[in-house]
Write a protein that binds this ligand. Structure first.
Ligand code: BTN
Length: 128
C-alpha cells in the first residue's frame, strides 16, 4: 500500500511538473533569421530535445540538422546547440536563454567560438 501511494504521488508530481511549464512539445519553431527548431520530446523535469537547422546568414554550419537540448521551467527556457553533427563542425556552441510568451520565445544567445564570444537576440515563433 505504501508503495502504491508513493507511486501515485510520483505520477501526480511528474504530471504537475509537465503542466507547470509552458513550452509546447512537440512543436516547430522559426526564428527571424530563418532558422528552424523542431522539438520532439520533454520529460517531467522539463528537459527537452530536438533538432536545430541554422539558416542565419553570416554564420557557418547551415542547412543540416544539429541536436538541440534544453530545459523549460515555468515560462523560462534554456537550450544549447553544439555545432558539430558529424557532417559539419564549426567548433562552436550556442546557448539561448529566454521566455515563452504564448507561441513566441524571446531569447538572448551567446555563441562560444575558439576566437571568443558573440551575443545576440532571436525571436522564435511557433509554426502551425
Ligand atoms: C557558427 O557559426 O559557429 C555556428 C552557427 C551559429 C549560428 C548562430 S546561433 C545564434 C544565431 N541564431 C541562429 O539561428 N543562428 C545564429
Amino acid at each position: 500500500m505504501k508503495r502504491l501511494v508513493t507511486a501515485f504521488l510520483f505520477v501526480v508530481a511528474s504530471s504537475v511538473g509537465v503542466l507547470a511549464q509552458s513550452l509546447p512539445v512537440p512543436s516547430y519553431w522559426l526564428n527571424q533569421r530563418g532558422s528552424e527548431m523542431k522539438l520532439y520530446s520533454i520529460n517531467p523535469q522539463g528537459m527537452f530535445n530536438g533538432v536545430y537547422i541554422n539558416h542565419a546568414s553570416g554564420f557557418g554550419c547551415q542547412g543540416t540538422p544539429f541536436a538541440v537540448n534544453g530545459q523549460a521551467m515555468g515560462n523560462r527556457v534554456t537550450f544549447t546547440v553544439i555545432w558539430n553533427n558529424g557532417i559539419q563542425n564549426c567548433n562552436s556552441k550556442t546557448v539561448w536563454r529566454g521566455t515563452v510568451v504564448g507561441r513566441r520565445i524571446n531569447t538572448q544567445w551567446i555563441l562560444y567560438t575558439p576566437q571568443g564570444q558573440q551575443t545576440g537576440t532571436d525571436i522564435f515563433l511557433q509554426q502551425p
